[in-house]
Design a protein around this ligand. Structure first.
Ligand code: S3P
Length: 182
């Protein structure tokens, strides 16, 4: 009876969209979550690069951040229409009002909430992220916490994540999803 109830839980028929800051582990955790659920996994940044035929830094360089956001909005709208799958998004995706409204209506949105120390350690000195290139990562995150956390807080589920193994975060997501079964 319980199993039947869980099998028909609405979240099982919708994509799961992972949101959160750069370095919060959306792609690594998302891939493992998808494996556990037996669902496809897709990374919106990878899909944007494939659609543009360019790596993200090049998209920013040629078309600016607004050009990147246009592509991101279109790609995520397509991914949200493709049925149950785990979708890892770029850190700015859920800040866009149109993407946010579409995601909240069509998916289960999970905020991977990491603290600044974890994020700074994770992004390290790598500069493939245009928003961090040549900047002090801690200062960038302090500013992004102010501007973006209010949007992330609108996600259906908030799951804390830290320096521990990704499996731990996957376990927390599964427990959070189970609360939606009730
Ligand atoms: C961005 C985050 C990046 C990527 C782009 C912009 C952002 O993705 O989409 O560089 O605005 O925070 P990750 O969150 O996977 O680093």
């Amino acid at each position: 009876m319980e199993a039947r109830k869980a099998a028909s839980a609405p979240w099982q028929h919708r994509p799961i969209l992972l949101v959160g800051h750069m370095g919060s582990g959306k792609s690594s955790v998302g891939r493992r979550l998808a494996d556990t659920l037996g669902w496809p996994f897709v990374d919106s940044d990878t899909e944007i690069e494939a659609a543009a035929g360019l790596p993200i830094p090049e998209i920013f360089a040629r078309f600016g951040e607004p050009g990147f956001r246009d592509g991101e909005r279109r790609v995520i709208a397509r991914l949200l229409a493709e049925g149950p799958r785990v979708i890892a998004t770029g850190g700015g995706a859920f800040i866009d009002p149109a993407t946010r409204a579409r995601a909240l209506a069509a998916a289960t949105v999970v905020w991977l909430d990491a603290d600044i120390d974890t994020l700074v350690a994770r992004v390290g000195r790598r500069s493939h992220r245009p928003l961090l290139a040549g900047r002090d990562a801690r200062a960038v995150f302090e500013s992004l916490f102010e501007t973006r956390n209010p949007a992330y807080a609108l996600a259906h589920l908030r799951v804390p994540t830290g320096a521990g193994p990704h499996e731990e975060t996957v376990g927390r997501i599964l427990s959070a999803l189970a609360t939606l079964d009730a």
